[in-house]
Design a protein around this ligand. Structure first.
Ligand SMILES: [Cu+2]
Length: 161
């Protein structure tokens, strides 16, 4: 079978590109520990307000006995509750999100906090925030006509003690 030399070059280019792309996926997955959220925890989205954790009065930042911090938030059309959270830098932080309505996304620029908030599940992100300052936390999954105004603020303060 005759294969044109130019065609052989392009076959080589495609094989090389495929190897580079797969290599970068595996490299970030293993070396950088980049992976999809694996916290499969179900919750009744229609009854969030009846749960201990996601009831309105219990939302927000909670310090754990081991010094780590847990932030519990509800993502709903069209906002995050609470509207503003303050977390310490260089401290293990666990963000836990749930939604009572539709699919939302969540992203905090300059950090590795980025997840989908799927109805029926609790989304959990474990991180340690480094830089201090106030950052927006915004929805990055189209959730309806008010999606563009769905955001909240996270203030990262210097660690005390
Ligand atoms: Cu949205």
């Amino acid at each position: 079978m005759h294969v044109d030399p130019l065609e052989k070059i392009w076959i080589g280019v495609i094989i090389l590109l495929t190897a580079v792309m797969l290599g970068s996926i595996f490299y970030t997955a293993f070396a950088g520990s980049v992976h999809p959220p694996s916290n499969v925890e179900v919750i009744d989205s229609t009854a969030l307000h009846l749960t201990d954790e996601f009831a309105e009065d219990n939302l927000g930042v909670r310090e754990n006995p081991d010094g780590s911090v847990t932030v519990t938030m509800v993502a709903t059309r069209y906002g995050f509750h609470p509207q503003h959270v303050e977390v310490p830098a260089r401290t293990p932080v666990t963000f836990r999100f749930a939604t009572p309505d539709v699919l939302h996304g969540l992203h905090i620029p300059t950090t590795n906090v980025d997840t989908m908030v799927v109805p029926g599940y609790v989304s959990e992100v474990n991180t340690e925030l480094q830089s201090t300052g106030t950052f927006p936390m915004y929805c990055n999954e189209y959730c309806g006509v008010g999606h563009h105004s769905m955001w909240s603020r996270v203030t990262i303060v210097p660690k005390q003690g």
